[in-house]
Design a protein around this ligand. Structure first.
Ligand SMILES: Cc1ncc(COP(=O)(O)O)c(C=O)c1O
Length: 406
């Protein structure tokens, strides 16, 4: 029987309980800081169960929670508190940004998105083709950096919007968004710029007004907060039409009752990340590099996806293992208590190679044999060492039974 056809329960029984469990899949679903969870529970039980639009004590408490988080978040990312709009997820924030701008600005019809954007940017942009928009993907080089000459030649008087993420979620490329915004605005001040900064929040230091972007997306679980909350920065003066409608909310783009406890937990997670920035940043980089170096020392036929060093997100490890299937690696590692995602985190249940890896020029075999691991502040060096003790064995075993051979 094919290993992938077996239920995990059966396999676990066969292999016994793993010695340690290490969750490295914060790309798909982030770990949560215990303090962020406590904050969320506190707001569920005491301060945030009211509706922030309602004029009674419980409503005012909920409203105050919202304002408190906006002030905190804006102080870390360099914007005004009322330029922050809450939504339910990064996916929703990206959809609202792109579709909401297209609704608000009539006339221009061209949207440029980098070819390695998260699918929650690419898909809403592509959906606008049905409404007469032209969507063009900006090419990137082998490490995921925008091809600036090609990009420059794509900008014209019909361009409404450019969307380029600050940190790529799959290969960790840190894009020079400030420089890219300058290219755009030098050509035409009216072109709007959106950046999905979901993977940058708390992991990089940046200032929105310094970057010059008009809109930016942030997601709570990507910064070890609870799921169910996200933020969209919209620079004052930029118009975004709602795409969801309902009743009663303090948030124009979030119809219905706001998830105040999740927003409070989001705020707490951001606060923890920024208050410990230097400590966490150097810890993440140390763990990232120890994993990358350890894998390269102990496993043949591997290569790194994305750049090395300072231009790589501190938490990102994405490696292709030739002569292995990414999904088989996730199952084999899972049996050893190590949880990672394959190819593309977002497409790992459908066997399609990651569009990001294809865009940086990886062949199908390499894209299929890749795994993505994200280290987090709650990991320990013992976790990293455990992964390094198991991963070479896992790859050797899979290669020994694989029809694909060097
Ligand atoms: C860069 C990026 N943007 C957007 C999203 C979507 O965020 P959410 O999971 O909150 O919908 C993710 C999720 O992993 C992401 O990595």
């Amino acid at each position: 029987m094919d290993m992938l056809d077996k239920g995990t329960e059966d396999l676990l029984e066969e292999h016994g309980k793993p010695r340690r469990e290490v969750y490295l899949d914060s790309e798909n679903s982030g770990l949560i800081f215990p303090e962020a969870l406590d904050e969320m529970v506190k707001y569920y039980l005491e301060l945030g169960y009211g509706h922030p639009s309602i004029t009674h004590k419980v409503g005012w408490e909920a409203y105050e929670a919202l304002i408190k988080v906006s002030k905190l978040l804006s102080s870390f990312i360099g914007c005004k508190p009322d330029e922050i709009h809450y939504l339910h997820s990064g996916t929703e924030a990206n959809n609202v940004a792109i579709l909401g701008l297209a609704k608000a600005y009539k006339g221009r019809r061209k949207i440029l998105v980098s070819s390695i954007e998260h699918l929650s940017v690419i898909y809403p942009a592509e959906s606008l083709r049905n409404f007469g928009f032209k969507v063009v993907k900006i090419p990137v080089d082998g490490e995921g950096f925008l091809d600036l000459d090609a990009f420059s030649s794509l900008i014209d008087s019909d361009t409404l919007l450019v969307s380029v993420g600050l940190v790529n979620h799959e290969i960790g490329t840190i894009q020079d968004v400030k420089g890219i915004v300058e290219i755009v605005k030098d050509k035409d001040e009216q072109i709007l710029f959106h950046s999905d900064a979901s993977d940058a929040l708390g992991k990089l230091k940046f200032n929105l007004s310094d970057l010059g972007v008009d809109l930016a997306t942030f997601s709570s679980h990507k910064v070890y907060g609870p799921k169910g909350a996200a933020a969209l920065y919209i620079r004052e003066g930029v118009k975004v039409e709602p795409i969801l409608f309902g009743q009663l909310s303090t948030q124009r783009l979030w119809p219905g009752v706001e998830n105040i406890p999740a927003i409070a937990g989001f705020g707490k997670a951001v606060e923890i990340m920024y208050n410990n920035f230097d400590k966490f940043h150097s810890k993440l980089k140390t763990f990232r590099d120890r994993l990358i170096d350890g894998i390269f020392e102990n496993v043949d036929h591997v290569f790194l996806n994305g750049p090395k060093g300072e231009k790589r997100a501190p938490d990102n490890v994405n490696i292709s293992f030739l002569y292995c299937e990414g999904e088989a690696i996730t199952v084999e590692l899972s049996l050893r208590g190590i949880y990672v995602s394959s190819g593309s985190a977002c497409t790992s249940r459908i066997l399609q190679p990651s569009h990001v890896l294809i865009a940086i020029g990886r062949k199908y075999e390499a894209a299929h044999g890749s795994i993505l691991m994200k280290v987090a502040p709650m990991h320990s060096i013992e976790d990293v060492n455990y992964v390094l003790s198991q991963l070479p064995q896992a790859i050797n075993r899979l290669r020994s039974i694989s029809p694909l051979k060097p």
